[in-house]
Design a binder for this molecule. Structure first.
Ligand SMILES: Nc1nc2c(c(=O)[nH]1)N[C@H]1C(S)=C(S)[C@@H](COP(=O)(O)O)O[C@H]1N2
Ligand SMILES: [Mo]
Length: 312
């Protein structure tokens, strides 16, 4: 079955209105797409989300869902350690309730937004996206979430807002990896306003029909499928509209290796390795990495006239 509830999640924990609706919609859409085929169902991104934004053009041959155990067992979440299996081992110390997202900066509706209210106000939908890590592996994940643009529209950014900055929780008690100065904590990411408003950009609250496991960024994280995975910041506690380009964690840590844009680009190599190919987790063969991770038709216009070699 596509819908999987890990045995340690009790029924009482999954009754959030938004997720309940998501799951129902997901089941209906999966059925409508004839996708009751189990984990190997062909994943045409957006095919299951009810969008009419050219779903068929988003399909990539042989895109199969990455198995649940890989999606939740092989992670980058340095707040819980730098090993790929550290987050699954250690992230149980993160308390995801109560949880709120603080909104600040250039907008008319700053404030503290409770996660329960967000889940009620923005019913989730299913989005199957490829996610490609800068370390040259990729996955195909059935996310549950809502467009970031839905939230931003309600926050009424002013005309001065040019960027959105996101922050992860900072709490070394809950996130023991923050006791080591691997990064300048908290983790910070950012998007230009038009990237944030793009219909592909998702605030995700779940995957595989369930609430997000802690290691995947519970209770709410960003998913920007045409950018390297590090842009998809986890466990978000604040969102700030700014005039200036945010100082993002990885661009600050290693500016010659990681830029603000971080668009997936097979033609621009990382200083220490090529970005031309990738390994889909669960497979052995190498795949060609696609421009904008295969979403060029949807997003290339955002970067018209920009030199993507210098704006990496
Ligand atoms: N707060 C935070 N967000 C983060 C990271 C992190 O270390 N801390 N790692 C990023 C990287 S490098 C990747 S590839 C993705 C991985 O997401 P996943 O584990 O859900 O596949 O999360 C991104 N978001
Ligand atoms: Mo990554």
């Amino acid at each position: 079955m596509l819908i999987r509830r890990p045995p340690d999640i009790r029924e009482s924990e999954v009754t959030d209105e938004g997720l309940y609706i998501s799951r129902r919609q997901f089941i209906r859409r999966a059925a409508a797409a004839g996708a009751g085929l189990g984990l190997a169902a062909t994943a045409s991104p957006l095919a299951a989300c009810g969008s009419d934004a050219g779903a068929s053009s988003l399909a990539v041959q042989d895109d199969e869902l990455t198995p649940y155990d890989v999606v939740t067992g092989y992670n980058n979440f340095y707040e819980f350690g730098t090993g790929k299996d550290d987050p699954a081992q250690n992230a149980h110390t993160l308390k995801t309730r109560p949880w709120a997202v603080t909104v600040e900066g250039e907008c008319n509706k700053p404030g503290v937004y409770d996660i329960e209210d967000l889940l009620k106000r923005y019913p989730g939908e299913e989005r199957i996206y490829r996610l490609r890590c800068v370390e040259a592996w990729s996955m195909v994940i059935p996310w549950l979430g809502f467009p970031l643009s839905d939230f931003i529209n309600d926050l009424e950014p002013t005309s001065r807002a040019r960027f959105v900055e996101f922050r992860t929780l900072y709490d070394p008690e809950q996130m023991p990896g923050q006791r080591r100065a691997v990064l300048d904590w908290p983790y910070v990411e950012g998007l230009r306003m038009d990237e944030a408003m793009h219909p592909l950009t998702l605030l995700s609250v779940g995957l595989y029909g369930e609430m997000l496991p802690n290691q995947n960024g519970a209770p709410i994280r960003l998913v920007v499928p045409w950018k390297y995975g590090f842009k998809s910041i986890k466990s978000i506690v604040s969102l700030r509209f700014t005039r200036e380009m945010p100082r993002t964690s990885w661009a600050q840590q290693a500016p010659n290796e990681y830029g603000f844009y971080a668009n997936v680009n097979p033609e621009v190599e990382h200083p220490r390795w090529s970005q031309a190919r990738e390994r889909r987790l669960g497979e052995f063969r190498r795949r060609e990495t696609l421009m904008f991770n295969g979403y060029a038709e949807q997003v290339a216009h955002l970067y018209e006239g920009m030199d993507l070699r210098t704006n990496y």
